[in-house]
Design a binder for this molecule. Structure first.
Ligand SMILES: CCCCC/C=C\C/C=C\CC/C=C/CC(=O)SCCNC(=O)CCNC(=O)[C@H](O)C(C)(C)COP(=O)(O)OP(=O)(O)OC[C@H]1O[C@@H](n2cnc3c(N)ncnc32)[C@H](O)[C@@H]1OP(=O)(O)O
Length: 325
């Protein structure tokens, strides 16, 4: 009896050890097994929405994303792409800007030469003013659906990108602007701007995935206080709390620092880095993938509420009044 039990325990232990070691063993064995492992973990391409074809052949490259709302350049030597939001005056994220960003991120995902991406803005003072409030105020049913679905896809593509990402935050970055930066692995911000998820100040609620993106950067307690009060942080405060990683003197410095951050990965095995990132982000990505429709329905019914429309109207009036002063 005892020898049989010992045999069963030993065998179970061996199977368990093999199972636990399998990924490590596979990683050591060969490259193809990396890919199989990634597929097994369901953390590669199937987590992303359908991929657009590669943007263009890789010459140095202003790789245009059709519209001028997003500029995409690629440094052939380093493989570092720069994606610049270009929707004056404040890069508010309307459907077309989101579509441009999605196309850029998906194109880079398919570009084998891409070793990293810097997200920045062409505005001298604003990274992004967040979601375009006009997309949510008195929305048209079909358009608002497409708007939200595209935002979800942008989040999936950026948060789940296989290449490393940095936000060079060269201006104010409220709400959706902050969200874009939180999807990146590293944030470098210029002085005297503001950043945060301020949704409650507009009388709206940051969706679960906005919050989980923030929780990837700062501790739960800090996030709870910031989210419930809709707090905006100055550059210095953001650095202190960990919402950003570095301060740069100006945009050029932010880009230089971003390149430096990305260059460290030249020494790291790209697949080991990618799988580590995607494993860390797996549960949030999987949640979104599985709950896209539910999230869309919640959003649609939420923005349809008269009280939410009233809040948005008041907030817009406040923005216009500020402009008039
Ligand atoms: C119960 C369960 C619920 C579950 C939840 C489910 C669903 C959740 C539902 C909804 C969630 C939706 C999430 C939204 C996130 C967002 O991103 S909302 C947008 C928040 N953005 C802001 O609050 C930023 C507002 N803007 C500013 O603070 C400033 O503009 C600025 C960015 C600091 C720049 O200041 P600056 O002085 O340079 O510029 P102006 O303020 O003069 O603006 C110029 C011009 O641009 C217009 N504008 C600014 N921001 C926006 C915007 N976000 N959308 C649209 N338009 C904007 C501004 O009105 C001026 O226009 P003009 O007067 O016509 O020139």
């Amino acid at each position: 009896m005892l020898p049989t039990m010992m045999f069963v325990i030993d065998t179970a232990g061996l199977v368990l050890r093999l199972f636990l070691l399998l990924p490590i063993y596979r990683i050591k064995v060969n490259f193809l097994d990396f890919v199989r492992y990634a597929k097994m973990m369901n953390i590669t391409r199937q987590l992303r929405p359908s991929l657009a074809k590669a943007l263009m052949p890789t010459a140095m490259r202003a790789m245009s994303a059709d519209s001028k709302l997003v500029e995409l350049t690629m440094n052939e030597k380093t493989g570092i792409a720069t994606v610049t939001m270009n929707r004056p005056p404040v890069n508010s994220l309307n459907l077309e800007l989101l579509q441009g960003l999605l196309k850029a991120f998906e194109g880079l995902e398919d570009d084998r030469k891409c070793r990293g991406m810097i997200l920045t803005s062409s505005s001298p003072t604003v990274f992004s003013a967040g979601l375009d409030i006009m997309e949510m105020y008195k929305p048209k049913p079909d358009r608002v659906k497409e708007f939200w679905t595209t935002l979800q896809d942008v989040w999936l593509a950026l948060y789940g990108s296989s290449f490393p990402t940095v936000a060079a935050i060269n201006g104010h970055s409220p709400a959706g602007g902050c969200l874009l930066s939180l999807c990146c692995e590293y944030r470098i911000m210029c002085p005297n701007y503001s950043i945060g998820l301020n949704e409650t100040k507009l009388g709206i609620v940051a969706p679960k995935w906005f919050m989980s993106s923030m929780l990837g950067a700062i501790p739960y307690r800090e996030a709870e206080l910031a989210l419930t009060s809709g707090r905006m942080f100055s550059t210095d405060e953001a650095l202190k709390i960990g919402l950003i990683d570095e301060v740069a003197s100006d945009k050029a410095d932010a880009i230089a620092k971003s390149e430096k951050f990305l260059s460290q990965f030249a020494k790291i095995h790209p697949i080991a880095r990618k799988l580590t990132k995607l494993n860390l982000r797996h549960s949030a990505l999987e949640w979104m993938q599985e709950n896209k429709e539910l999230d869309l329905n919640i959003f649609i019914s939420f923005v349809g509420q008269p009280i939410v429309q009233k809040s948005l109207e008041k907030y817009l009036e406040g923005l216009k009044a500020k402009q008039a002063k």
